[in-house]
Design a protein around this ligand. Sequence first.
Ligand code: AP5
Ligand code: ZN
Length: 217
Amino acid sequence: MRIVLVGPPGAGKGTQAAYLAKNLSIPHISTGDLFRANISQGTPLGKKAKEYIDAGELVPDEVTIGMARDRMSQPDAGSGFLLDGFPRNVAQAEALDEALREDGAALDAVLDLEVPEDEVVKRIAGRRICRNDSAHVFHVTYNPPRTEGVCDVCGGELYQRADDSEETVRKRLEVYHTQTEPIVDYYRGQGLVVTISALGKVGDVTERAMSALGRDA
Ligand code: AP5
Ligand code: ZN
């Protein structure tokens, strides 16, 4: 299956993607995670991306599209993938369509996670991520680790993302409304959008998502 996951910052895309990718046996491809890996390794791409990410702006398309296409052309993504955070504007959606067309492939669904803005702000403010693996995501209230500051899965140190400050989150939400939301209409025109509520327990949201995708959880 080829799926795009869309939703505001803090909607739970990364959290859901980890479960959905496992259940559907497809790789989870997050452009945010790819950028953060490049930043922590100090690559030229990471250096370019950092100033945009820290400001809550989109990284320019010429950097992002190439990076996403590279990742999608890896062998593990040959028969499907779950895209998280890409595409993020209409130009990226058009580039993805073109890349898929070249491969004789197509998207199966665009899963749109709906969450009220006051909830995403709470989710982001309390988020803590493992330094060893960005798939190990916690929340100080909603999903606290057994020991404060320590990852339950691997014992790694938990940290707060630099772009999770209140000011940057406000900017990220504005960018979401102006640049990313239009892709939902773009995909609606292709009959691909399934919208679910991302409120409630993580497992309940996963079940809702699986059934919206026509799969048993
Ligand atoms: P990215 O990393 O994609 O960030 P984002 O879209 O802002 O989304 P988040 O990672 O903040 O949230 P999420 O929806 O994954 O939520 P999570 O599961 O962690 O992008 C970061 C930056 O990179 C961008 O601003 C941009 O600069 C750049 N970038 C990335 N892609 C780009 C692109 N294509 N083009 C250009 N630039 C790009 O959950 C949040 C918290 O809530 C966690 O603490 C979690 O434990 C908790 N939680 C999750 N589900 C629930 C639940 N059901 N109930 C209670 N708590 C929950
Ligand atoms: Zn960990």
